[in-house]
Design a protein around this ligand. Structure first.
Ligand code: NDP
Length: 319
C-alpha cells in the first residue's frame, strides 16, 4: 500500500511516499481503509523526534474511511468510520484501536470527519474538563484561528464565556471573530495588559495556550489570581522549566499541562466527548473549518504550511 514513511527524524522533507505492507490488526484493533487523514501539530512532533516512536514509522493519528477487516467480526466491512489515536493514518490502510472508532453520522462531509475528532475532542476537554467554563467566565485562547483554536472558541461561547483570542494576521482574526471571539488580539509583549483592559481591568479565569514558548509568559500575566493556565501545546516551541514560586507571585495560580490521552481515559469518556463533538456539528453549533486538502504525496507541503503558520482551521490529506 502507499504510505508516508519516516525513516529519520527531521524537517518536512523526511516525509516520503513509499510502498509498505498493509498493517495487521491485533484483536483489540480494526483495519480501516483510509479516505482522508487529519493533519495535526502533534504529527510534526513525532516527525521531528520530540515525541518518541521507533523508526521507520508512518505518522498520523486520525482520519476517516471504511472498515476493511474486524478480527472480532463485530463491525461490518464497509462501515463508514472516523477515528483518532490510530497511529499510521497517513496511509491507504491503518490499524485503529476499536474503542477509538466512531460511526460517521449522515451529513458530515468526509474532510470534516477526518479532522473533527482529535482537535474537536481537545477543544471539548479543555473547555468542559480542564477548566469547565460557565456563563460569565472569561478565557484567552492562543492561535485562535487554528484547528483547536476555532473549535475551542465555539465551545467556549456555547458555554457562555467571554472569549479573547490571539492570531497573527487580519485574515485569521476575521475567522476567529466568525467563530465567536469577543475580541481578537495580535501577539505582543503587552498582550496581558491589552486583554485586562478589555476585561474590565481584571485577569481572565483561564488561558488555553497551545502556542507555548512564545506566549507562556504572557499567559501567566493575563490570568486572574487563583485562575488556571492550561498549557496544552508547543506550536512555537517547548516552554523552559519554571520555578513553582512563579505561580505564587502571579496570585496562587494553577498550571496544568493536559493531554488528550489522560482526558479521554475514564470509562466511556472518549465516546462521550466524541459524541459531544459530532452532535454539535450535526446541530449546526460547531463548524469545522477545513482550510486545506492535500494529496497524500504532498504531506511534506502540508507540514511546511502548518509550521509556517500559513494554514487556518484544520488540514487533511486525501488518500
Ligand atoms: P494549529 O492549526 O493551531 O496550528 C498552529 C498555530 O499555532 C499556527 O497556525 C499559528 O497560528 C500558531 N503559532 C504561534 N506561533 C507559532 C510558531 N512559532 N510556529 C508555528 N505556529 C505558531 O494546530 P493544531 O490545532 O493542530 O494544534 C494547536 C496546538 O494544540 C498545538 O500546540 C498542538 O500540539 C496542541 N494540541 C494539544 C493536544 C493535547 O491534548 N494536549 C491535542 C491536540 C493539539 P497564528 O499564526 O495565529 O499564531
Amino acid at each position: 500500500m502507499r504510505a508516508i514513511c519516516v525513516e529519520e527524524h527531521g524537517g518536512p522533507d523526511v516525509l516520503h511516499l513509499s510502498e509498505v505492507s498493509v498493517p495487521q490488526p491485533s484483536d483489540s484493533e480494526v483495519l480501516v481503509s483510509v479516505d482522508y487523514a487529519g493533519v495535526n501539530y502533534i504529527d510534526t512532533y513525532y516527525r521531528e523526534g520530540i515525541y518518541h516512536s521507533s523508526l521507520p514509522m508512518t505518522i498520523g493519528f486520525e482520519g476517516t474511511g471504511r472498515v476493511a477487516y474486524d478480527p472480532q467480526g463485530e463491525i461490518a466491512a464497509g462501515t463508514l468510520v472516523a477515528w483518532c489515536d490510530g497511529f499510521g493514518s497517513y496511509a491507504e490502510y491503518a490499524t485503529v484501536p476499536r474503542d477509538r472508532l466512531v460511526a460517521v453520522p449522515q451529513g458530515i462531509e468526509p474532510e470534516v470527519a477526518a479532522s473533527m475528532l482529535l482537535q474537536g475532542i481537545t477543544a471539548h476537554y479543555l473547555t468542559d474538563g480542564v477548566y469547565p467554563l460557565k456563563q460569565g467566565d472569561s478565557c484567552l485562547i492562543t492561535a485562535g484561528a487554528g484547528g483547536v483554536g476555532l473549535m475551542a472558541t465555539q465551545f467556549a461561547r456555547l458555554r457562555g464565556a467571554t472569549v479573547y483570542t490571539v492570531t497573527s494576521s487580519d485574515e485569521k482574526a476575521e475567522l476567529s471573530y466568525e467563530a465567536g471571539a469577543t475580541e481578537v488580539f495580535r501577539y505582543s509583549e503587552n498582550l496581558a495588559e491589552q486583554v485586562r483592559r478589555f476585561n474590565g481591568g481584571a485577569g481572565v479565569d483561564v488561558v488555553y495556550d497551545g502556542v507555548g514558548q512564545a506566549t507562556f509568559h504572557e499567559s501567566l500575566e493575563v490570568v486572574k489570581p487563583r485562575g488556571v493556565v492550561c498549557l496544552f501545546g508547543a506550536a512555537s516551541g517547548p516552554v523552559e522549566p519554571i520555578d513553582p514560586q512563579l505561580l505564587n507571585t502571579h496570585g496562587s495560580i494553577y498550571l496544568t499541562r493536559p493531554s488528550i490521552g489522560a482526558w479521554t481515559s475514564l470509562e466511556g469518556e472518549f465516546t462521550r466527548r466524541a459524541q459531544a463533538v459530532t452532535q454539535e456539528i450535526i446541530d449546526g453549533n460547531l463548524s469545522v473549518r477545513v482550510g486545506g486538502v492535500y494529496d497524500l504525496a504532498d504531506a511534506a507541503q502540508a507540514h511546511r504550511d502548518l509550521q509556517s503558520r500559513s494554514t487556518t482551521g484544520s488540514i487533511v490529506l486525501k488518500i
